[in-house]
Design a protein around this ligand. Structure first.
Ligand code: ZN
Ligand code: MN
Length: 487
């Protein structure tokens, strides 16, 4: 029997604000337990909220990016439930008037393009965090995250496989990080994805029993959880291995299984009601327009520019576009060559991408460093690449100097002179070295005229070694070829 997996996504994204949604506490990740807490976000009686304007703005920007209709006012509702990490006994969220409704986003997978429709985007506050101590069996609560602003992006059940899910999440990451809505770091929890999944026979119009899986902290984990849940559902239908119930499940990525957390509540269980402590904030069309106009260039446009203006390979372009730090660095470095002709710019663009994607990334990986902290000035990388392209240094030297630049603010020219690394266009004694090498390997040299092209490479390699990489490779090639032809 052929089955179809049907999925809808609820994606929670922490907004990149300095402070929390209703108080002035810092919303920054990584502080010590309960360092960022005040009476308001600790849920003390009598506290009064002040709505964070930037959170609303980011909600509007996200809604615009995902082609939603933006609400003309911002109001909040109480979603009541008890949980130790929720000190107020309710979560402030948007039920009656979500900030964005009826949106859509285009994704692309190996199977082609597809439009995913968005039901709504609402602004809400995050809860605190329970920390379980397995040694003592006790639990502690950290309220730092309590009331940190989120948006929840709710899609319609448009997904049919995990490729589509991953493509969608990648797309959201690209859009939202570029626009500065969030840093979308799954590993730090600033992007969290809940998958609502059901299975039905192909061609059926009714949905099957739906379960929700949460707590996946990587794309890989999401794909594994989807595969596991789909199989569990199909088994239950085919072989009656269990009775499927509507519920929320957690994902254990280490051992690769999902487990029941709680039966899934329906909206009515939360006894939503309007929150009266903060007044409705009007959202005039002019404000939305202003925010929209300030959105920086989006990934699609950047991708097009990399592919067609700079002629970068699609793979390299995708990696750059997918990482704001890398693409920002690339853009600034390539800008140094702005006054050159496009053909020249393309040559340099290719080299800049090479240095960033091979040398820089492998250094970051091997040293386990934070990318943002060690990026050298764009002008310096541009200068280094100019030296390389003008045959003043070899690629090997270029790499070595670049690694030096990553470690310290080294002065390139002084470093090259002090370490005697500059190539000389007319390396004195080059002719003599070529002659003596040909002499030493005379039988091999003779094969060149017989048509063995590899001989040239053999000699060039030896000569570069002999001159310690300081001779201009172009001159070496030309002179060696002449010498071999002249035998
Ligand atoms: Zn606070
Ligand atoms: Mn939510």
């Amino acid at each position: 029997m052929e089955y179809e997996v049907v999925m809808g996504l609820e994606v929670h994204i922490e907004l990149a604000t300095n402070s929390k949604l209703f108080c002035a506490c810092s919303a920054k990740f990584g502080a010590g337990p309960n360092e960022n807490v005040c009476p308001a976000c600790a849920g003390m009686p009598g506290m009064l909220p002040v709505v964070n304007k930037r959170a609303i703005e980011l909600g509007i920007i996200a809604s615009s990016l995902l082609n939603c209709k933006v609400s003309d006012r911002v109001v909040f509702d109480k979603k009541n439930y008890f949980y130790p990490d929720l000190s107020t006994g309710y979560q402030l969220t948007q039920l009656a008037a979500p900030i964005g409704t009826n949106g859509s986003v285009q994704i692309e997978t190996a199977a082609g393009k597809k439009t995913i429709t968005i039901k709504q985007i609402h602004i809400e506050e995050d809860a605190g965090k329970l920390v379980h101590d397995p040694r003592t069996g006790s639990s502690m609560v950290d309220y730092n995250r309590a009331s940190v602003p989120l948006i929840e992006i709710v899609s319609n059940p448009d997904f049919r496989n995990s490729d589509e899910v991953i493509a969608y999440l990648t797309k959201l990451q690209g859009l939202l990080t570029t626009a500065g809505v969030s840093d979308c770091k799954m590993q730090e929890g600033s992007m969290r994805c809940d998958v609502n999944l059901s299975v039905r026979k192909k061609g059926a119009t009714e949905y099957g029993v739906r379960t929700e899986v949460k707590n996946m902290s990587s794309f890989k984990a999401i794909a594994r959880a989807i595969a596991y849940e789909a199989e569990r559902h199909i088994d239950a239908i085919e072989h009656k291995t269990e009775v499927l119930v509507q519920e929320t499940r957690g994902w254990n990525d280490e051992d690769g299984f999902s487990f029941s957390m709680r039966s899934k509540e329906n909206a009515a269980d939360y006894r939503y009601f309007p929150y009266c402590d903060s007044l409705a904030v009007p959202v005039p069309a002019g404000w939305v327009e202003e925010l929209k106009n300030a959105i920086p260039e989006l990934p699609e446009e950047k991708m097009r520019q990399y592919l067609f203006r700079y002629n970068l390979p699609p793979g390299d372009s995708a990696i750059l576009v997918g990482n704001k730090v890398l693409s920002g660095y690339f853009d600034k470095t390539v800008q140094v060559f702005d006054n050159e002709k496009i053909e020249v710019i393309r040559v340099f663009a290719r080299e800049i991408a090479n240095f960033i994607l091979t040398d820089l990334l492998s250094f970051v990986k091997s040293e386990g460093l934070v990318l943002e902290k060690l990026i050298p000035k764009p002008q310096k990388l541009a200068h280094l690449i100019k030296l390389y392209k003008n045959n003043r240094i070899s690629r090997v030297t270029g790499r070595a100097v670049f690694l030096e630049m990553l470690k310290s603010d080294v002065d390139i020219d002084r470093y090259l002179t002090e370490n005697n690394l500059l190539q000389e266009a007319d390396f004195s004694g080059l002719d003599a070295i070529i002659a003596s090498l040909i002499d030493a390997h005379f039988p091999i040299a003779q094969e060149f005229k017989a048509g063995n092209e590899k001989v040239l490479q053999f000699f060039i390699g030896r000569i570069m070694k002999e001159t310690k990489g300081k001779a201009d490779p172009k001159a070496v090639k030309q002179k060696t070829e002449e010498a071999l032809n002249g035998l």
